[in-house]
Design a protein around this ligand. Structure first.
Ligand code: IMP
Length: 196
């Protein structure tokens, strides 16, 4: 049972239901956080730095909620042998060349190292905090049948042979988003204890 005096209502501004579901599942393990879905299209600047992109998007949308804490999340897949591509362009590249296009670019490449990054920008009491999580892995040879975005071609290091897509909810305890969210939750716990 959640004690309402101990819960903190936070808005997650996003248009991506997958991101929301993942962060909501992580927050649900912590009674302190009550996540609210603030559906909106974010304004993104062109930058190679996901933290900078998230901070800018936050500035543009934080006026949508009065006084309540609000955060945005920017993420991307960075492939070592492609010099970090698609990185900050992950959403656009997914919609254009897609997973098949990425595997074609990787056809003759043996070193398939890549990482996912998630950067959260949170506004609370007029201050902005940034939290980043990364997870290393490999780009698979084939596309697995399940998962959203690049999940069907990303094999996290800690799980040997299965893609994020194949891992289902297990992804949620090893993902870039999990590590970024966990940092935010830790910060919020400290914050509430300090100001309560
Ligand atoms: P953005 O954060 O809205 O710029 O979009 C980042 C893009 O990276 C998403 O649209 C996905 O294509 C991809 N992406 C980010 N995180 C994940 C993930 O956890 N799984 C699969 N694809 C992801």
């Amino acid at each position: 049972m959640v004690d309402s005096t101990r819960t903190l209502k936070i808005f997650f501004a996003t248009n991506n239901i997958h991101k929301y579901n993942e962060i909501n599942a992580i927050c649900k393990q912590h009674t302190l956080i009550q996540l609210k879905f603030l559906q909106t299209s974010l304004v993104e600047i062109q930058s190679s730095d996901l933290e900078e992109i998230a901070a800018f998007s936050l500035k543009k949308c934080s006026g949508l909620v009065k006084n309540n804490p609000v955060f945005v999340e920017d993420s991307g897949l960075f492939i070592k042998q492609l010099n970090g591509f698609p990185g900050p362009y992950s959403a656009f590249i997914f919609e254009t060349i897609g997973l098949k296009g990425i595997l074609t670019l990787m056809e003759k490449i043996r070193d398939r190292e890549a990482y996912f990054q998630s950067s959260i920008a949170l506004k609370i009491k007029n201050k902005v905090e940034i939290f980043t999580g990364r997870v290393k892995g490999q780009i698979s040879q084939d596309i697995s049948a399940t998962g959203w975005g690049y999940d069907p071609i990303f094999i996290p290091q800690s799980n040997g042979k299965y893609t994020f897509g194949e891992l289902g909810s297990k992804k949620n305890v090893i993902s870039h988003r999990y590590f970024a969210t966990r940092k935010m939750i830790k910060f919020l716990n400290k914050y509430v204890i300090l100001v309560d």
